[in-house]
Ligand binder design. Sequence first.
Ligand code: NDP
Ligand code: MG
Length: 385
Amino acid sequence: MKKNICVLGSTGSIGTQTLEIAKNLGIKVSSLAVNQNINLLEKQIRMFKPQIAAVFNQNQALNLKKRVNDTFTKVVAGKEGVCEAAAISSVETVVSAMSGISGLLPTVEAIKNGKNIALANKETLVSGGSLVMKLAREKNADLFPVDSEHSAIFQCLQGNKDRKNIKRLILTASGGPFFGKNLSELENVSPEEALKHPNWNMGKKISIDSATMMNKGLEIIEATHLFEVPIENIDVIIHRESIVHSMVEFKDGSVLAQMAVPSMKIPIQYALTYPQRINCSIESLSLTGCKNLSFFEPDYQVFKAMEICKKAFKGNSSSCAVINAANEKAVELFLNREIRFTDIIKLVNYALNNFKFSEINSVEDIEIIDRKVRNEIHIIAKDLQ
Ligand code: NDP
Ligand code: MG
């Protein structure tokens, strides 16, 4: 397939699956970016021969430079290096698959340079949604969702683009590893238990977000930006089997769903081949083989993250950047065993109610909020112990 891509976060869960797809479809990979995993990046350089490889960690960038000086790949470092990889002129689509807020700046740089975005990094839209969507419109850049729920909705909306016809979006959620548990049972769960997702094998941050259901809250915000559907018209339903990836209900009562076996390869590939559908070497969905397709209301008393995210969205444009930063810091502290699992959402809620900033006008504004909130959360978390 004639296409030229950049993969931001090429050593991660989404990044490695993207490269498998690129290899299968003969898509050219012109630039790659990672945080510090130069062992895997070196292998990727030797396989895909990109023009540029960016390593955020400066020391690891120097090490990589020595290792690949027999190749034509230019190694660049730091935040500037990652942005250079995202803006490279030969690339038409940037796969935004870094984890967390670090994905915002290079994704914005890519859009500024007229690239289309295959968007996995939901934190970009959570923190800077209005800013990013406005810039994409100005630059005529398309945002193709990679998140499976948003890809499902995007697929259901093909041929049904008039927003006036939509009654509501229904995001499905697996419910994560702690479905059915009460708050006291969640108090002492370990990072290992929280990382054990029933259906998906993902990076650590999104796995913890799935366990707290913050992931679904972030996805509600992501969906309202991507599809311009009011947040009141976005519902969540628990679907343990992860076969129905999301649904759209139209005004006439018709509901369209997208179904497939749970594999991120389908949404990643569709974001790269849209509007074409190409063989993806994924097993066929056997509905008779699925014992059951079950649906439940979320337990909003135990999993408060979704309501907190909706409330944040209704605040001023800085509120979503505040909850995103608080959540990222709290997840990090939980993974380091410095706070309890249930403290994560308590801290996010505290941040929303207590940290006030003025409206966001630039990526720099978001970066400042992000730094301040992380510092505050670190200090408050010490008092929780
Ligand atoms: P991983 O943790 O598996 O991978 C993260 C990638 O980002 C790694 O390549 C990492 O490099 C790189 N990275 C992290 N920080 C930086 C930085 N500062 N500069 C450059 N590269 C950096 O995450 P996932 O693949 O699971 O998730 C990526 C994004 O996709 C997240 O926003 C997530 O919410 C979203 N997503 C993921 C899904 C999934 O199934 N995994 C599903 C839907 C959305 P290194 O390896 O060197 O640390
Ligand atoms: Mg998702």
